[in-house]
Design a protein around this ligand. Structure first.
Ligand SMILES: NC(=O)c1ccc[n+]([C@@H]2O[C@H](COP(=O)([O-])OP(=O)(O)OC[C@H]3O[C@@H](n4cnc5c(N)ncnc54)[C@H](O)[C@@H]3O)[C@@H](O)[C@H]2O)c1
Length: 357
Protein backbone atom coordinates (compact mmCIF):
# COMPACT_ATOMS: atom_id res chain seq x y z
CA UNK A 1 0.00 0.00 0.00
CA UNK A 2 1.38 3.38 -0.92
CA UNK A 3 0.26 6.99 -0.61
CA UNK A 4 -0.59 9.43 -3.40
CA UNK A 5 -0.24 13.19 -3.04
CA UNK A 6 -0.97 16.18 -5.25
CA UNK A 7 2.24 17.86 -6.32
CA UNK A 8 1.40 21.28 -4.84
CA UNK A 9 0.51 19.80 -1.45
CA UNK A 10 3.63 17.66 -1.41
CA UNK A 11 5.72 20.75 -2.18
CA UNK A 12 4.21 22.57 0.82
CA UNK A 13 5.01 19.61 3.10
CA UNK A 14 8.62 19.34 1.93
CA UNK A 15 9.12 23.12 2.01
CA UNK A 16 8.00 23.10 5.66
CA UNK A 17 10.76 20.60 6.49
CA UNK A 18 13.41 22.62 4.61
CA UNK A 19 12.24 25.79 6.41
CA UNK A 20 12.43 24.00 9.77
CA UNK A 21 16.05 23.22 8.81
CA UNK A 22 16.87 26.93 8.54
CA UNK A 23 16.24 27.72 4.85
CA UNK A 24 14.54 31.01 4.06
CA UNK A 25 11.15 30.76 2.36
CA UNK A 26 12.57 31.08 -1.18
CA UNK A 27 15.15 28.33 -0.67
CA UNK A 28 12.66 26.05 1.09
CA UNK A 29 10.35 26.42 -1.93
CA UNK A 30 13.22 25.72 -4.38
CA UNK A 31 14.28 22.57 -2.52
CA UNK A 32 10.69 21.32 -2.42
CA UNK A 33 9.93 22.13 -6.08
CA UNK A 34 13.15 20.48 -7.25
CA UNK A 35 12.60 17.26 -5.28
CA UNK A 36 8.90 16.96 -6.13
CA UNK A 37 9.69 17.59 -9.81
CA UNK A 38 12.08 14.60 -9.73
CA UNK A 39 9.18 12.48 -8.43
CA UNK A 40 6.86 13.93 -11.06
CA UNK A 41 9.16 12.93 -13.92
CA UNK A 42 9.52 9.40 -12.53
CA UNK A 43 12.89 9.70 -10.76
CA UNK A 44 11.70 8.84 -7.24
CA UNK A 45 15.35 8.11 -6.45
CA UNK A 46 16.07 11.85 -6.62
CA UNK A 47 12.79 13.08 -5.23
CA UNK A 48 11.43 13.74 -1.75
CA UNK A 49 13.06 10.54 -0.47
CA UNK A 50 16.31 12.57 -0.37
CA UNK A 51 14.92 14.94 2.28
CA UNK A 52 15.73 12.68 5.29
CA UNK A 53 19.33 12.51 4.11
CA UNK A 54 19.47 16.30 3.66
CA UNK A 55 18.17 16.71 7.22
CA UNK A 56 20.86 14.39 8.57
CA UNK A 57 23.50 16.36 6.63
CA UNK A 58 22.11 19.62 8.06
CA UNK A 59 22.22 18.29 11.61
CA UNK A 60 25.80 17.09 11.13
CA UNK A 61 26.83 20.50 9.75
CA UNK A 62 27.73 19.14 6.30
CA UNK A 63 24.98 21.09 4.48
CA UNK A 64 24.52 24.86 4.93
CA UNK A 65 21.20 26.59 4.27
CA UNK A 66 20.95 29.93 2.42
CA UNK A 67 24.42 29.85 0.81
CA UNK A 68 25.09 31.72 -2.43
CA UNK A 69 27.36 30.56 -5.21
CA UNK A 70 30.80 32.18 -5.00
CA UNK A 71 32.49 33.26 -8.23
CA UNK A 72 36.14 32.27 -7.73
CA UNK A 73 37.21 33.17 -11.27
CA UNK A 74 35.34 35.24 -13.82
CA UNK A 75 36.84 34.85 -17.27
CA UNK A 76 33.67 35.88 -19.12
CA UNK A 77 32.85 32.62 -20.84
CA UNK A 78 34.94 30.67 -18.33
CA UNK A 79 33.66 30.52 -14.76
CA UNK A 80 35.03 28.83 -11.65
CA UNK A 81 32.33 28.62 -8.99
CA UNK A 82 32.16 27.34 -5.44
CA UNK A 83 28.96 26.17 -3.80
CA UNK A 84 30.10 26.38 -0.17
CA UNK A 85 28.26 23.11 0.61
CA UNK A 86 24.98 24.98 0.18
CA UNK A 87 21.77 23.34 -1.03
CA UNK A 88 22.32 22.20 -4.64
CA UNK A 89 18.84 23.47 -5.41
CA UNK A 90 20.03 27.03 -4.69
CA UNK A 91 23.61 26.69 -5.89
CA UNK A 92 22.69 24.79 -9.08
CA UNK A 93 20.08 27.40 -9.94
CA UNK A 94 22.45 30.34 -9.45
CA UNK A 95 25.30 28.61 -11.33
CA UNK A 96 23.06 27.65 -14.26
CA UNK A 97 21.51 31.13 -14.50
CA UNK A 98 25.01 32.62 -14.65
CA UNK A 99 26.14 30.10 -17.28
CA UNK A 100 23.06 30.82 -19.42
CA UNK A 101 23.64 34.56 -19.22
CA UNK A 102 27.31 34.16 -20.24
CA UNK A 103 26.40 31.82 -23.10
CA UNK A 104 24.01 34.42 -24.48
CA UNK A 105 26.78 36.99 -24.21
CA UNK A 106 29.67 34.95 -25.64
CA UNK A 107 28.05 32.05 -27.52
CA UNK A 108 29.66 29.55 -25.15
CA UNK A 109 30.26 29.10 -21.45
CA UNK A 110 32.21 26.58 -19.44
CA UNK A 111 31.18 26.72 -15.80
CA UNK A 112 33.17 24.67 -13.31
CA UNK A 113 31.20 24.29 -10.11
CA UNK A 114 32.79 22.66 -7.08
CA UNK A 115 31.56 21.98 -3.58
CA UNK A 116 27.80 22.13 -4.09
CA UNK A 117 25.62 19.96 -1.90
CA UNK A 118 23.57 17.35 -3.85
CA UNK A 119 22.46 18.82 -7.21
CA UNK A 120 19.61 16.33 -7.53
CA UNK A 121 18.45 15.41 -11.00
CA UNK A 122 21.09 16.88 -13.34
CA UNK A 123 18.50 17.10 -16.14
CA UNK A 124 16.88 19.88 -14.12
CA UNK A 125 19.84 22.16 -14.96
CA UNK A 126 20.10 21.06 -18.60
CA UNK A 127 16.37 21.75 -19.03
CA UNK A 128 16.87 25.35 -17.86
CA UNK A 129 19.50 25.97 -20.55
CA UNK A 130 17.61 24.07 -23.24
CA UNK A 131 14.50 26.18 -22.51
CA UNK A 132 16.64 29.16 -23.61
CA UNK A 133 17.56 27.43 -26.88
CA UNK A 134 21.02 26.34 -25.68
CA UNK A 135 22.84 23.01 -25.83
CA UNK A 136 23.89 21.99 -22.30
CA UNK A 137 26.36 19.25 -21.31
CA UNK A 138 27.26 18.22 -17.77
CA UNK A 139 29.82 15.89 -16.19
CA UNK A 140 29.31 15.39 -12.46
CA UNK A 141 31.13 13.64 -9.62
CA UNK A 142 29.79 12.67 -6.22
CA UNK A 143 31.70 13.05 -2.96
CA UNK A 144 30.06 10.77 -0.47
CA UNK A 145 30.47 7.12 0.45
CA UNK A 146 32.05 5.34 -2.53
CA UNK A 147 29.38 3.04 -3.96
CA UNK A 148 30.52 1.88 -7.40
CA UNK A 149 33.21 -0.64 -8.32
CA UNK A 150 35.62 0.05 -11.19
CA UNK A 151 35.40 -2.34 -14.15
CA UNK A 152 37.32 -5.48 -13.08
CA UNK A 153 37.35 -4.33 -9.44
CA UNK A 154 35.41 -5.98 -6.60
CA UNK A 155 35.00 -3.09 -4.17
CA UNK A 156 33.65 0.47 -3.97
CA UNK A 157 35.86 3.26 -5.33
CA UNK A 158 33.63 6.15 -6.54
CA UNK A 159 30.06 7.47 -6.81
CA UNK A 160 27.25 7.17 -9.37
CA UNK A 161 28.78 10.09 -11.35
CA UNK A 162 26.01 11.31 -13.69
CA UNK A 163 26.33 12.64 -17.24
CA UNK A 164 23.71 14.82 -18.89
CA UNK A 165 23.30 16.21 -22.43
CA UNK A 166 20.41 18.51 -23.27
CA UNK A 167 19.76 19.51 -26.90
CA UNK A 168 16.93 21.84 -27.97
CA UNK A 169 14.88 20.61 -30.92
CA UNK A 170 12.83 22.79 -33.24
CA UNK A 171 9.09 22.17 -33.06
CA UNK A 172 9.22 19.54 -30.33
CA UNK A 173 10.41 19.01 -26.75
CA UNK A 174 14.17 18.58 -26.29
CA UNK A 175 16.49 15.60 -26.19
CA UNK A 176 17.63 15.29 -22.55
CA UNK A 177 19.93 12.38 -21.85
CA UNK A 178 20.35 12.35 -18.08
CA UNK A 179 21.86 9.29 -16.50
CA UNK A 180 23.99 7.87 -13.73
CA UNK A 181 27.10 6.03 -14.97
CA UNK A 182 26.29 3.27 -12.51
CA UNK A 183 23.99 0.62 -13.97
CA UNK A 184 21.23 2.26 -11.92
CA UNK A 185 20.92 5.42 -9.76
CA UNK A 186 21.68 4.69 -6.10
CA UNK A 187 18.30 5.97 -4.98
CA UNK A 188 16.60 3.27 -7.07
CA UNK A 189 18.26 0.68 -4.82
CA UNK A 190 16.90 2.55 -1.78
CA UNK A 191 13.43 2.54 -3.39
CA UNK A 192 13.73 -1.21 -4.20
CA UNK A 193 14.99 -1.91 -0.70
CA UNK A 194 12.12 0.06 0.88
CA UNK A 195 9.66 -1.89 -1.27
CA UNK A 196 11.41 -5.19 -0.42
CA UNK A 197 11.83 -5.83 -4.17
CA UNK A 198 14.53 -7.83 -5.98
CA UNK A 199 16.68 -6.08 -8.60
CA UNK A 200 18.00 -7.29 -11.96
CA UNK A 201 21.44 -8.93 -12.07
CA UNK A 202 24.08 -6.52 -13.43
CA UNK A 203 23.25 -3.64 -11.05
CA UNK A 204 25.20 -4.84 -8.00
CA UNK A 205 27.96 -7.17 -6.88
CA UNK A 206 28.16 -8.76 -3.43
CA UNK A 207 31.13 -8.69 -1.06
CA UNK A 208 32.86 -11.38 -3.14
CA UNK A 209 32.44 -9.46 -6.42
CA UNK A 210 29.66 -11.75 -7.71
CA UNK A 211 26.44 -10.40 -9.33
CA UNK A 212 23.46 -10.28 -6.93
CA UNK A 213 19.71 -9.43 -7.07
CA UNK A 214 19.54 -8.26 -3.43
CA UNK A 215 19.38 -4.40 -3.16
CA UNK A 216 20.73 -4.66 0.41
CA UNK A 217 24.29 -4.82 -1.00
CA UNK A 218 23.85 -1.32 -2.40
CA UNK A 219 22.11 0.26 0.56
CA UNK A 220 23.05 -0.96 4.01
CA UNK A 221 25.96 -3.32 3.68
CA UNK A 222 29.43 -1.81 4.01
CA UNK A 223 30.64 -4.32 1.42
CA UNK A 224 29.30 -5.11 -2.03
CA UNK A 225 29.23 -2.46 -4.77
CA UNK A 226 27.24 -1.07 -7.66
CA UNK A 227 28.43 -1.83 -11.19
CA UNK A 228 28.89 0.72 -13.98
CA UNK A 229 26.55 0.49 -16.98
CA UNK A 230 28.07 -0.93 -20.16
CA UNK A 231 31.07 -2.59 -18.50
CA UNK A 232 34.38 -0.87 -19.40
CA UNK A 233 32.62 1.87 -21.43
CA UNK A 234 30.39 3.17 -18.64
CA UNK A 235 33.34 2.80 -16.31
CA UNK A 236 35.45 5.05 -18.56
CA UNK A 237 32.72 7.70 -18.55
CA UNK A 238 32.46 7.50 -14.74
CA UNK A 239 36.20 8.14 -14.42
CA UNK A 240 35.89 11.08 -16.86
CA UNK A 241 33.14 12.52 -14.60
CA UNK A 242 35.41 12.20 -11.57
CA UNK A 243 38.33 13.85 -13.36
CA UNK A 244 36.25 16.65 -14.95
CA UNK A 245 33.47 17.20 -12.37
CA UNK A 246 35.74 16.57 -9.37
CA UNK A 247 39.40 17.28 -10.12
CA UNK A 248 39.12 19.92 -12.89
CA UNK A 249 36.42 21.98 -11.11
CA UNK A 250 38.58 22.19 -8.00
CA UNK A 251 35.73 20.70 -5.98
CA UNK A 252 37.67 17.56 -5.15
CA UNK A 253 37.54 13.89 -5.98
CA UNK A 254 35.66 11.19 -4.15
CA UNK A 255 36.78 10.88 -0.59
CA UNK A 256 35.04 9.90 2.57
CA UNK A 257 35.19 12.59 5.21
CA UNK A 258 34.53 11.21 8.69
CA UNK A 259 33.25 14.54 10.01
CA UNK A 260 30.24 14.67 7.71
CA UNK A 261 28.98 11.21 7.03
CA UNK A 262 25.62 12.12 5.50
CA UNK A 263 26.36 15.04 3.20
CA UNK A 264 26.61 14.51 -0.57
CA UNK A 265 28.78 16.98 -2.45
CA UNK A 266 28.62 17.27 -6.23
CA UNK A 267 31.17 18.81 -8.58
CA UNK A 268 29.83 19.68 -12.03
CA UNK A 269 31.45 20.95 -15.17
CA UNK A 270 28.84 22.46 -17.49
CA UNK A 271 29.47 23.27 -21.15
CA UNK A 272 26.80 25.43 -22.78
CA UNK A 273 26.67 26.33 -26.49
CA UNK A 274 24.38 28.73 -28.33
CA UNK A 275 23.63 27.11 -31.74
CA UNK A 276 22.58 30.48 -33.16
CA UNK A 277 25.95 32.04 -32.30
CA UNK A 278 27.70 29.00 -33.79
CA UNK A 279 26.12 29.89 -37.11
CA UNK A 280 24.78 26.41 -37.81
CA UNK A 281 21.28 26.87 -36.34
CA UNK A 282 19.41 26.48 -39.66
CA UNK A 283 21.20 23.29 -40.70
CA UNK A 284 21.11 21.97 -37.13
CA UNK A 285 17.33 22.37 -37.07
CA UNK A 286 16.81 20.74 -40.47
CA UNK A 287 19.19 17.82 -39.89
CA UNK A 288 17.91 17.13 -36.37
CA UNK A 289 14.37 16.96 -37.71
CA UNK A 290 15.20 14.57 -40.55
CA UNK A 291 17.39 12.34 -38.35
CA UNK A 292 14.66 12.03 -35.68
CA UNK A 293 12.07 11.14 -38.35
CA UNK A 294 14.44 8.44 -39.62
CA UNK A 295 15.04 7.16 -36.08
CA UNK A 296 11.34 6.99 -35.25
CA UNK A 297 10.58 5.08 -38.44
CA UNK A 298 12.44 2.11 -36.92
CA UNK A 299 10.19 -0.96 -36.49
CA UNK A 300 9.44 -1.51 -32.78
CA UNK A 301 11.37 -4.49 -31.40
CA UNK A 302 9.39 -7.26 -29.65
CA UNK A 303 8.11 -6.04 -26.26
CA UNK A 304 8.33 -2.33 -27.21
CA UNK A 305 5.62 -0.03 -28.54
CA UNK A 306 7.85 2.51 -30.30
CA UNK A 307 11.23 4.20 -30.42
CA UNK A 308 11.61 7.15 -28.00
CA UNK A 309 14.37 9.71 -27.52
CA UNK A 310 15.89 10.58 -24.14
CA UNK A 311 13.64 12.93 -22.19
CA UNK A 312 10.40 11.38 -23.48
CA UNK A 313 9.91 8.89 -20.62
CA UNK A 314 10.24 11.74 -18.09
CA UNK A 315 7.66 13.82 -19.99
CA UNK A 316 5.26 10.86 -20.05
CA UNK A 317 5.65 10.40 -16.29
CA UNK A 318 5.13 14.09 -15.67
CA UNK A 319 1.89 14.16 -17.66
CA UNK A 320 0.53 11.12 -15.75
CA UNK A 321 1.60 12.21 -12.27
CA UNK A 322 0.41 15.83 -12.70
CA UNK A 323 -2.99 14.26 -13.45
CA UNK A 324 -3.09 11.33 -11.03
CA UNK A 325 -0.83 12.52 -8.21
CA UNK A 326 2.62 11.49 -6.98
CA UNK A 327 2.87 8.00 -5.44
CA UNK A 328 5.07 7.68 -2.34
CA UNK A 329 5.83 4.35 -0.65
CA UNK A 330 5.05 4.07 3.06
CA UNK A 331 8.69 3.53 4.14
CA UNK A 332 9.81 6.71 2.38
CA UNK A 333 6.94 8.67 3.97
CA UNK A 334 7.86 7.27 7.39
CA UNK A 335 11.45 8.49 6.89
CA UNK A 336 10.17 11.94 5.84
CA UNK A 337 7.97 12.23 8.94
CA UNK A 338 10.98 11.13 11.01
CA UNK A 339 13.14 13.83 9.40
CA UNK A 340 10.55 16.48 10.30
CA UNK A 341 10.61 15.24 13.91
CA UNK A 342 14.40 15.59 14.05
CA UNK A 343 13.94 19.30 13.25
CA UNK A 344 11.20 19.61 15.90
CA UNK A 345 8.53 20.00 13.25
CA UNK A 346 5.36 18.06 14.12
CA UNK A 347 5.09 15.13 11.64
CA UNK A 348 1.31 15.55 11.90
CA UNK A 349 1.73 19.01 10.38
CA UNK A 350 3.67 17.47 7.46
CA UNK A 351 0.86 14.92 6.95
CA UNK A 352 -1.74 17.69 7.03
CA UNK A 353 0.11 19.81 4.45
CA UNK A 354 0.69 16.83 2.15
CA UNK A 355 -3.04 16.03 2.27
CA UNK A 356 -3.95 19.67 1.52
CA UNK A 357 -5.29 20.42 4.99
N1 LIG B 1 23.23 14.41 -8.16
C1 LIG B 1 23.80 13.22 -8.15
O1 LIG B 1 24.75 12.99 -7.41
C2 LIG B 1 23.28 12.14 -9.05
C3 LIG B 1 23.99 10.94 -9.15
C4 LIG B 1 23.50 9.94 -9.99
C5 LIG B 1 22.32 10.14 -10.70
N2 LIG B 1 21.65 11.31 -10.59
C6 LIG B 1 20.37 11.51 -11.30
O2 LIG B 1 19.59 10.34 -11.22
C7 LIG B 1 18.60 10.37 -12.23
C8 LIG B 1 18.31 8.98 -12.71
O3 LIG B 1 19.39 8.44 -13.45
P1 LIG B 1 19.25 7.01 -14.14
O4 LIG B 1 20.55 6.65 -14.74
O5 LIG B 1 18.60 6.06 -13.19
O6 LIG B 1 18.18 7.35 -15.28
P2 LIG B 1 17.36 6.34 -16.25
O7 LIG B 1 18.11 5.08 -16.46
O8 LIG B 1 15.95 6.24 -15.75
O9 LIG B 1 17.32 7.17 -17.60
C9 LIG B 1 18.51 7.52 -18.26
C10 LIG B 1 18.22 8.26 -19.55
O10 LIG B 1 17.66 7.33 -20.49
C11 LIG B 1 16.50 7.89 -21.08
N3 LIG B 1 15.56 6.80 -21.39
C12 LIG B 1 14.93 6.00 -20.49
N4 LIG B 1 14.14 5.11 -21.14
C13 LIG B 1 14.28 5.37 -22.46
C14 LIG B 1 13.71 4.82 -23.65
N5 LIG B 1 12.83 3.82 -23.60
N6 LIG B 1 14.06 5.33 -24.84
C15 LIG B 1 14.95 6.36 -24.91
N7 LIG B 1 15.52 6.93 -23.82
C16 LIG B 1 15.17 6.46 -22.63
C17 LIG B 1 15.93 8.85 -20.07
O11 LIG B 1 15.15 9.86 -20.71
C18 LIG B 1 17.20 9.39 -19.43
O12 LIG B 1 17.68 10.48 -20.16
C19 LIG B 1 19.14 11.36 -13.25
O13 LIG B 1 18.30 12.49 -13.21
C20 LIG B 1 20.54 11.73 -12.77
O14 LIG B 1 20.92 13.06 -13.02
C21 LIG B 1 22.10 12.31 -9.80
Amino acid sequence: MGLVFRRDNLEKAIAAIAAAGGSDAAEARLVAENLVTANLVGHDSHGIGMMPRYVEALLEGGLHPNRKVEVKLDGGSLLALDGGAGYGQTIGLQATRLAIQRTKQHGLCIAALGNSHHLGRIGHWAEMAVAEGLVSMHFVNVQSFARVAPFAGADRRFGTNPVCIGIPLAGEPPFVLDMATSAVAQGKLRVAHNKRAKIPHGWLIDDQGNPTDDPRWGVIAPLGAMSCFGEHKGYGLAVACELLGGALTGGGVTDYDNKTQRRVLNGMISILIDPVRLGTAGKFEKDAKSFLAWLRASRPAPGHDRVRIAGEPEREYREKREREGVPVDEETWKEIRGAAGKLRLDPGRVDALAHGR
